[in-house]
Write a protein that binds this ligand. Structure first.
Ligand SMILES: [Zn+2]
Length: 542
C-alpha cells in the first residue's frame, strides 16, 4: 500500500489482503497503520487507537460482530457504535474486513472521509481537522492493480448507494409505559436502513439511521426523570446519523430492548423494557383501588344516620293483645322515644323514621327509605305474639338479625311479621322472587353486615330487662322481609309478647315504652362506642 500525503511525504506499507467473492479483504492492522493508528489484537478482538495527535478514542472490533464500538480513552463520553455491512473475520491470526467496510468504519469513527473506489482500487482519505494538517491520500493497491488517479470516487458505504430523496428525523418522543418506554424517532421522507444496538453496561443504546438530513442534529433531548436520560444525535458522516440513547440504569434495571420501523407513521421505534414485575404493578394498582374504596366505605359507614322503623301501621295493626293492645301503636311510641334519645344524646346524628304516625308503609318501602336517606343502622321495632295454649306462658324480648331461619320459632316469627304482605296491593308483583332461596341470597349479600348486625343485636338485647323472660337465647336469625333491602347493619327488635297478658300490660304502659326505647338506645350506644374503638384501632377515626 502506497501512502502519500499532500505536503509531499510518502511511504509504503505492506498490507496483507485476499480476495473473497470479488471483494478485497483488507488486513485491519495494515489499514490502521496506513492511517497512523495503533492497534492491539488478541486473536478475536481488536482495539485500534488514534495515534496521530491526541489519543481521543479507540475503535473496538470483534470477530463475527458487525458492530464496532467506539469508546473514549478517558471513558468520559458515551460509547457509540458503528454498524458495518459485514463482520470482521480472522484468518491466519489476522483480522480482515472487506475494504469497503474498513473505509466505512474509519470514516464513521474518525469523522472524516475515507473512501474506496472499486474501479481504481484506490482509497482516498481526507484526514484534515485533527493535529495533522493538509490532506492525506492513502492508496490501497492489491498486487497487479493499475492505479488510475483522479477518477471519481463513490461513497464508501454500500448502504449509501441510493441517495435519492431526503430523509429527515423531525422529532423524538418518549412515551412512558408501566414497564418501560417507547422512543419514537418521527421521520419524513423515504425509509432508510437503520440499525439498533442494545444498551451496553453503561446504559447507552444506539440507533443508527442511514442517509438522514443533518438537521436532525438539533434533536438532542434530555429528560429530567424516567428511564431515558438523554438522546443525542451524532453525525457519523456519509449521512448516517447515530442517536445515542442514554438510559438511567442506576434507577432502572433494563430487561430488554428492541427496534422496529413503523411504516404507517414513518417512525423508527425503540422500545426499552425495564425490569419491573407487571403483575406486581397490577396488584399494587388493585390494592390501591380497594384501599380507596375501603376508605370511601369507612366514610360511608360513619355512624351518622340511624333509621328507626316502627312496624306495621295504618290498615296493618300488627299483633293484637288480649286487652286489644295494637302492636302498631306500641312500636310507634317506642320508635319516637328512641328517636328523641338519639337526637338528645348524639347531636349530629340524623334520625330517619320510616313512619312517624299511624300510616301504612309497604314493607319493601321501609328498606328503600333506609337506603335513600343514607342510613347507617336500621332498627325495626315490633311486638311479638303467639297463638295457642302457650300464649300465656311465653314472654320476653328478642332481637333478630337477617339470615336463614335457624329455628322453627324464628320461622314462625318471620311468617307472622311477613304476613302483612298479603295486605298490600299488588303484593305478588312487589314481592316477586321473594322465596327462601332469595332470603338466603340476600342474607349472603348482607353478610358484610352480619357481624355488625349480630353485635348490635346482642348489645340491644343485653340492655333489656329480661326478668321473667322465657326466651333463653334472645338473638336470632330470621328471614324478615323488612330486613331484606337495607344495605346496613340491621336488627329487628321484638320488644315482648302482646299475646302474654302480663307482658301486654307492660307494653301498653307509656312509661314502659319509654324504658324499652331507652334500653334500645343504650344498646346502640354500646355498639357505637365499640364501633368507634375499632375505627380508632384501624386508624380511620378522626
Ligand atoms: Zn310486628
Amino acid at each position: 500500500m502506497d501512502v502519500s500525503n499532500a505536503p509531499g511525504q510518502s511511504y509504503t506499507i505492506k498490507v496483507q489482503g485476499y480476495s473473497s467473492e470479488g471483494e478485497f479483504m483488507a488486513d485491519v492492522v495494515s489499514f490502521a497503520r496506513a492511517l497512523r493508528l495503533g492497534s492491539v489484537f488478541d486473536g478475536s478482538k481488536m482495539q485500534i487507537d488514534e495515534a496521530f495527535g491526541k489519543s481521543v478514542t479507540s475503535s473496538i472490533l470483534c470477530m463475527g460482530s458487525e458492530f464496532v464500538v467506539v469508546d473514549s480513552a478517558a471513558g468520559n463520553t458515551p460509547k457509540r457504535v458503528i454498524q458495518l455491512a459485514a463482520a470482521p473475520s480472522v484468518r491466519d491470526g489476522r483480522m480482515y474486513l472487506p475494504v469497503t467496510q474498513a473505509c466505512r468504519m474509519f470514516s464513521l469513527w474518525l469523522g472524516r472521509s475515507v473512501r474506496y473506489d472499486s474501479g481504481s482500487n484506490r482509497i482516498e482519505a481526507a484526514l484534515a481537522g485533527r493535529s495533522m494538517s493538509g490532506k492525506l491520500s492513502v492508496g490501497v493497491l492489491p498486487s497487479g492493480a493499475t492505479e488510475r488517479p483522479g477518477s471519481a470516487l463513490p461513497a464508501a458505504s454500500s448502504s449509501s448507494s441510493s441517495p435519492t430523496g431526503k430523509t429527515t428525523v423531525n422529532d423524538i418522543r418518549v412515551e412512558t409505559l408501566a414497564n418501560g418506554v417507547v422512543i419514537r424517532f418521527s421521520a419524513s421522507g423515504r425509509k432508510r436502513p437503520a440499525s439498533f444496538l442494545r444498551p451496553d453496561k453503561q446504559g447507552t443504546a444506539y440507533l443508527t439511521i442511514e442517509n438522514v438530513d443533518g438537521q436532525s442534529k438539533s434533536l438532542a433531548r434530555t429528560f429530567a426523570d424516567g428511564i431515558v436520560k438523554s438522546v443525542n444525535p451524532v453525525s457519523l458522516g456519509n449521512g448516517a446519523m447515530q442517536f445515542n440513547i442514554v438510559l438511567d440504569t442506576a434507577a432502572f434495571a433494563i430487561k430488554s430492548s428492541s427496534f422496529r420501523y413503523d411504516a404507517a407513521k414513518n417512525d423508527y421505534v425503540v422500545s426499552i423494557m425495564s425490569d419491573v414485575d407487571v403483575d406486581a404493578i397490577r396488584r399494587a394498582e388493585k390494592e390501591r383501588l380497594i384501599q380507596a374504596r375501603l376508605s370511601d366505605d369507612i366514610d360511608k359507614w360513619k355512624l351518622d344516620a340511624v333509621v328507626i322503623d316502627a312496624g306495621h301501621g295504618g290498615k296493618d295493626p300488627g299483633a293484637i293483645g288480649t286487652r286489644g293492645t295494637r302492636e302498631k301503636d306500641v312500636v310507634l311510641n317506642v320508635a319516637l322515644d328512641l328517636g328523641r334519645f338519639i337526637k338528645q344524646k348524639w347531636p349530629g346524628v340524623k334520625v330517619i323514621y320510616t313512619r312517624k304516625d299511624d300510616r301504612f308503609i309497604p314493607l319493601k318501602e321501609r328498606g328503600k327509605i333506609a337506603n335513600r336517606y343514607g342510613g347507617k343502622l336500621f332498627i325495626s321495632i315490633h311486638c311479638n305474639a303467639i297463638a295457642g295454649k302457650r300464649k300465656y306462658k311465653i314472654r320476653g324480648p328478642e332481637v333478630y338479625i337477617l339470615g336463614p331461619h335457624k329455628t322453627d320459632s324464628a320461622l314462625k316469627v318471620a311468617m307472622l311479621e311477613n304476613s302483612v304482605i298479603t295486605e298490600e296491593e299488588n303484593y305478588k308483583e312487589s314481592y316477586k322472587g321473594f322465596s327462601d332461596e332469595y332470603l338466603i341470597m340476600s342474607s349472603m349479600a348482607q353478610s358484610a353486615f352480619a357481624m355488625q348486625s349480630t353485635e348490635l343485636a346482642q348489645a340491644v338485647l343485653g340492655r333489656f330487662d329480661r326478668k321473667g323472660s322465657t326466651i333463653s337465647n334472645g338473638v336470632r336469625q330470621a328471614g324478615f322481609m323488612v330486613l331484606w333491602t337495607p344495605s346496613m347493619p340491621s336488627i329487628l327488635v321484638e320488644a315482648g309478647y302482646l299475646s302474654n297478658p302480663d307482658e301486654e300490660k307492660i307494653l301498653r304502659d307509656r312509661k314502659s315504652q319509654t324504658k324499652i326505647a331507652w334500653s334500645i338506645f343504650q344498646g346502640l350506644e354500646q355498639y357505637r362506642s365499640s364501633y368507634e374503638r375499632r375505627m380508632m384501632a384501624s386508624g380511620y377515626a378522626k
